[in-house]
Design a protein around this ligand. Structure first.
Ligand code: RRO
Length: 284
């Protein structure tokens, strides 16, 4: 899958590969009213990763449905719409606007964890926000922050609210300062750290939630740029993997990662990837 926020809102990646050959295309988080996002600069490269404070920029769901989704549907992609809100009511409004989406929108990712919204994934709020999103009328997965002290509790709460899976993890809150200007490198004080730096954080989060909430499917995301990076998340407990920041460096990364996983499985004699989900737990 592509990770939300890294593959555009429509078929932007379609010129690099067949979108219908990916698991799903997850689009940048949307809400009912649309939002301008944060002032620039919003992105900064880091050694081993990236810092962003895009600030949820995006059109209203209604405009996305009219202007961006048709190209994605035409590509044959399975689409996952990501939604955000500041309150359960805002999640409800975004989800309601998606109710009429074509069946190609196969699921909704409820983003409970934007590092640039000041939203933390608090357990009660996770359940309420997911419950409020049920109106979209399709399967829901909840995207959680690695910054939570109780990721297992938040994941369990999202499941109680109706989430069929969790997506682990969003970016990690972070900050970088330019010593010459003595200011944050971004327009605001901080942002979200992604890329290879995030991978061990994601692997641990997936590993913990796989143990803490048995049977809850996990989509792993964070710093995946090769097939073996993806396999690490799968061995920790993920049933599917998203590729995100690597796309900025190589827009063909999602297909390349898929091919590298296939090649590795062939050489290791693995015929069904699901055999590997959580396998690191068996070996201690
Ligand atoms: O738009 C953003 O600033 C943003 C979002 Br919604 C998110 O979920 N994660 C992130 O790192 N940035």
């Amino acid at each position: 899958m592509t990770a939300s926020g890294t593959a555009g809102r429509g078929n932007e990646l379609g010129c690099y590969g067949r979108l219908d050959r990916l698991g799903d295309v997850v689009v940048k988080s949307l809400n009912a009213a649309g939002w301008d996002g944060n002032p620039y600069p919003r992105l900064a490269p880091l050694p081993g990763g990236m810092l962003n404070s895009v600030g949820l920029q995006g059109p209203p769901v209604r405009v996305w449905l009219q202007e961006y989704l048709p190209g994605l549907v035409e590509s044959g992609a399975c689409v996952v719409a990501s939604i955000w809100g500041r309150t359960p009511e805002e999640y409800h409004a975004a989800a309601e606007a998606l109710r009429s989406a074509p069946s190609r929108v196969v699921a909704v990712e409820v983003n409970l964890s934007c590092p640039n919204l000041g939203s933390s994934n608090d357990t009660a709020r996770a359940r309420e926000s997911v419950e409020a999103s049920a109106v979209c009328g399709r399967p829901i997965c909840a995207k959680l922050s690695p910054a939570s002290q109780d990721l297992g509790g938040v994941a369990a709460s999202a499941r109680q609210g109706g989430a069929e899976a969790v997506v682990l993890v969003n970016t990690m809150p972070g900050m970088a300062i330019d010593v010459n200007s003595r200011r944050s490198v971004l327009s605001g004080p901080g942002g979200g750290v992604s890329g290879p730096l995030l991978r061990p954080v994601a692997v641990r989060a997936v590993y913990e939630v796989f143990s803490a909430v048995p049977g809850l499917p996990i989509v792993g995301v964070g710093g995946v740029s090769t097939g073996t990076d993806a396999l690490e998340l799968i061995l920790a407990g993920a049933s599917a993997v998203q590729v995100g920041t690597a796309i900025f460096d190589d827009p063909r990364a999602p297909w390349r990662v898929q091919n590298e996983i296939r090649r590795w499985c062939r050489s290791a004699g693995v015929s069904d990837l699901s055999e590997l989900t959580g396998a690191a737990h068996q070996s201690g």
